[in-house]
Design a protein around this ligand. Structure first.
Ligand code: F6P
Length: 406
């Protein structure tokens, strides 16, 4: 058999470990040719494909791929039209699958990317195709339904908690009034912002406030809480999600004058929340402030990746191939937790329609009563996911990456 694999949506530090998992398992299962879509489904529609057997031709390259952040094949945010109204894109995809004699199609992505798997498998069923379509989960946002967590989250959480500890060290040096606001990705779910709670420990007091999109936000309430905290301590460090929303449903960042692009899934580009809130604090509380937007750093920091995360990312890739080989289609791979202590997880398979286009939020009982911090249950959930390290290969003092030549 020949297979094809693509990467889609926002990258993570470990999405390439899933690509390595798919590649290795496909070769071990007897796949003759493993193709990669360049820039996901959008690239495939223009026949932008690469023969991975030629570029991943030795074990060292596979090992390098596992330790290279971001999407090796390139990515896209592209929503297929509904085939009920227009079959053009589907005809194109299925004619290419036929041309390259592809029997299995793997797509590594989040809830939007699972929409692609759901649509292609449904269309395939309709036309009687026996190509199998399997989704491989990834996203730093950790917002996929059913799965215990998503590959990519553990490494981003480790980066956020580490960076918070370092920011807290820096923010306390002057001993004078100072408000630091750190903006963290995650769109409408606060999983990654909540990971800032992991910073607290014997050597660190932790962040002073966590603002999640799960909890309606008011600027007045925020300023009041900061003023209260300032009565007790000089340096305040706050973790705020890029997706915090006002009671009327607008994102807080929409109050700033940033240009708000929208992608093909209708998602607004979220940025500027920390800057806006820091300006409000400076104006209203006459205090020194600093806004830090972690932005891209939190999803591409391969040097801080969690080994647990890399291992699981690789495993879900392999599990996807096994699912396809056993004849399953229109499914996605999940991580199913067996226990916290010791931490154990296995892979599972679920109907992709139960994941596509849904968002999983943090359970409200994992947020404390004042909505400013996380409960122990969250810490027990997240702590195992950030465990252990797998450093990059260093050359000339810098991480060495594998890249796809144009
Ligand atoms: O894919 C998830 C994510 O990293 C979100 O946390 C973030 O809002 C979004 O992607 C940013 O997307 P882009 O890089 O396309 O602007």
């Amino acid at each position: 058999m020949n297979v094809i694999v693509g990467q889609s949506g926002g990258p993570t530090a470990v999405i390439n470990a899933s690509l390595a998992g798919v590649y290795q398992a496909a070769v071990n299962s007897g796949a003759k040719k493993v193709y990669g879509m360049k820039n996901g489904i959008a690239g495939l529609l223009s026949e932008k494909i690469v023969l991975l057997n030629e570029v991943l031709d030795d074990d060292l390259k596979i090992e390098l791929l596992k330790r290279t952040p971001s999407s090796f094949l390139g990515s896209c945010r592209y929503k297929l039209k509904s085939f009920e109204t227009d079959t053009t894109e589907y005809e194109k995809v299925f004619s290419l699958l036929k041309k390259y004699e592809i029997e299995c199609f793997f797509y590594i992505g989040g809830n939007d990317s699972m929409d692609t798997i759901a649509k292609l498998s449904a269309y395939g069923k309709k036309i009687g195709s026996n190509v199998r379509f399997v989704g491989v989960p990834k996203t730093i946002d950790n917002d996929l339904m059913i799965t215990d967590h998503t590959p990519g989250y553990g490494s981003a959480a480790k980066f956020v908690a580490t960076t918070m500890k370092e920011i807290i060290r820096d923010a306390t040096v002057y001993g004078t009034e100072y408000v630091t606001i750190v903006e963290i990705m995650g769109r409408n779910a606060g999983w990654l912002t909540a990971a800032s709670a992991l910073a607290r420990g014997g050597d660190c007091d932790g962040v002073d406030m966590i603002c999640l999109p799960e909890i309606p936000f008011t600027v007045e309430g925020f300023i009041r809480k900061v003023a209260e905290m300032q009565k007790k301590k000089n340096s305040i460090v706050i973790a705020v999600s890029e997706g915090v929303k006002l009671p009327d449903g607008r994102y807080v960042c929409e109050l700033s004058d940033n240009v708000q692009d929208v992608d093909s899934f209708g998602h607004k580009k979220l940025t500027g929340t920390a800057r806006f809130l820091a300006n409000e604090c400076a104006k209203r509380l006459k205090t020194k402030t600093r806004a830090i937007e972690l932005s891209t750093l939190q999803r591409c920091s391969g040097h801080l990746a969690s080994r647990t995360d890399i291992t699981e990312a690789y495993q879900v890739g392999g599990a996807a191939v096994l699912a396809a080989v056993s004849g399953q289609s229109g499914v996605a791979i999940t991580l199913d937790r067996i226990s916290d202590k010791p931490y154990q997880c296995k892979t599972g398979v679920v109907d992709v329609n139960k994941i596509a286009n849904y968002e999983k939020k943090i359970p409200i009982e994992w947020i404390n009563e004042t909505h400013t911090d996380m409960e122990q249950a969250f810490l027990d959930y997240a702590r195992p996911l950030i465990q252990a390290e797998l450093p990059p290969f260093y050359v000339d003092g810098l991480p060495y990456h594998i890249t796809l030549k144009a």
